[in-house]
Design a binder for this molecule. Sequence first.
Ligand code: T1G
Length: 708
Amino acid sequence: MEAPMPELVRLTFEQDVAVITVDNPPVNALSPGVPEGIAAAVERAVAQESVRAIVLTGAGKTFIAGADIREFAKIVSGERPPLNLLPYLQVIEDSSKPVVVAIHGSALGGGLETALCGHYRVMARQAQIGQPEIKLGLIPGAGGTQRLPRLAGVAKALELCAGGEPIRADEAVSLGIADRLVEGEVLAGALAFAREIAGAPFRKTRERNEKLRDADTALFVKAKQEAAKRMRGQKAPLAAIEAIAAAVELPFAEGCAREAELFTECLHGTQSRAMIHVFFGERTVSKIPGISTEVKPRAIERAAVVGAGTMGTGIAMTYANAGIPVRLKETSEEALERGMANIRRNYAATVAKGRLTEEEAARRLARITPQLDYQGFEQADIITEAVFESMPVKKQVWSELDRVAKDHCVLATNTSGLDIDEIASATQRPEQVIGNHFFSPAHVMRLVEIVRGKATDDETTVTSMALGKKLGKISVLAGNCRGFIGNRMIAPYLREAHFLVEEGASVEEVNDALYDFGMAMGPLAVDDLSGLDISYAIRKEFARFEKPGVRKALVPDLLCERGYFGQKTGRGWSLYDANRRPAPSPETAALIEKTAREAGIQRRSIPQKEIVERCIYALVNEGARLLEEGVALRAVDIDITYLNGYGFPVWRGGPMFYADTVGLKKVLQRVEELKEQHGPDLWEPAPLLKRLGENGGTFGQFDRDRAG
Ligand code: T1G
């Protein structure tokens, strides 16, 4: 006998107030059965004579967090009918008894659209509301673009729907979206509010047109410019703006029809598939197969950092920002003061941008203890080493730390690519050594690569993964190999960029091609930002692993040997003014031309398509190798790494997802062509790419198969 459908929506009565509770863990999504259940409950409550008002709330930690995102793929594939929430939500709005919506946790997307159909909204102080659909490559599809401007005004609705960021209860009340902020338990507050308003006349949101009148075209022009700047390449924000314009221009029902058209266009587009892949991917990467759920993360209440350079100070700030007191050690007063000055500068800049109060900045700064010795390190739950990228230096530091660190302390190295096992060999407890590879600037970038050594124990791994979340980061687990996931893949990507300029493309053409593809910055611009001397040192460190006779780029070393390290020296691939704005460098162009001529490299004009394919397919091919070797657990781990650490466009879903959208057969064909042209040492297809490309496979299917 089939298990009875869990009761997703409950109707109970508190004397003269009906309470409708959505109970669909974990986040009360509007899964099939929920909208229907709400509508049926409203009708039953309205029919109940003793009922004077209705309260709609969510069970557990949150109100409704939106439509069920897992359903979208089924709708696109035709397995499910198109999304059709409007008629159910309108039952709420058309109720003849006032509906008070009680919001705690989050009311997001379809959750807020449901709330907007209520006649009143009360919110718990910590609650948030928002229309984050554009983060999924979608727009509100249940009336949000039509009802929100009627309540919050057009300007705010544009900001919420085209920007996607949530707002807190106090702002929602000041905007008129919510009617009351309640302290303590939200249901109790809602019941009291319901009794206050019961019997009084109330309005339907869709009939509140007065706020639509203050909309002028300038608002829409500004919103489009803002969206094009902040979410370059993304279609959904512009579609959301168009839907809100329809709210101003058209009657409600026609506006909803226009919204539905735009929503369906987005839903059936590649961008939303990519961004939904990212949504679930950011949650999948925290799951580590093979480690029992019995293994619990240890508490991290005190931290310590060695090295107050760019990375060390950023990491210390990250701990302080998360409320964790941190000791910061340097070897000289001068270096320590330079590091602390950098930290003070960063906090001052954030305060100046209005993103932090002076008081909070002072509180965070006070959590950082600068010092020249290891005093107090014996109390740290985690020690992060961020000293110069040299193995002898790191091993020296770790042999010292091994003597002071307490039992079970997480011994984390911030190396960006050195051998974790060799570093761990400088201690008596390699099982506690792990890579925590932050990205610069560490207090800003969301990604942390957690690199497991061969001796690293599960507790240390789980503790590091969990710490990432506490620090507001996304942790991706990587195996120990040269450059781990991110930097190992970036090497062939940069290699191709360097070759392309030697073969005739200009520095600007290479940068522009990848920028137009959607990368946050072109590859040579990234080279100049991170410092040509850094990649030079890494090349020298790893030269002994290079196969003799394989073509290497010539110009990067020559630029370095001239002291041109990029932005920090005002010149590298490009010239930089005092505000670090780039400009073409005639000297670099001449050096490239001369070097290529002397090396006998044939130069030609190179189409943008080839520039993009060689750089991106180099990434994908190396990514497939990583997957095969198990350095990356899943293709999605590579995608999340590249989106959060290397400026890969979110609306393309990451390099592996992007390759799937192109089709691995086509990618393989192109890689094999490049192998013909440039040789197997550079372009031998990864066996996994070959296998999937020849059998119509995808990296997505590979992940599903691996997950079993
Ligand atoms: N649908 C399906 N599953 C969801 C979900 C959703 N809307 N939201 C969360 N989950 C799953 C998530 O994958 C995870 O699963 C678990 O719930 C806990 O989530 C018509 C078109 C609410 C702030 O974009 O932002 O409405 O990994 O780890 O950190 O106009 O979840 O455990 O298997 O994130 O406490 C719009 C998405 C949808 C909000 C809670 N809504 N969710 O954060 O938990 S589109 C959103 C969140 C829409 C309408 C349109 C967060 C959260 P698992 P979690 P959390």
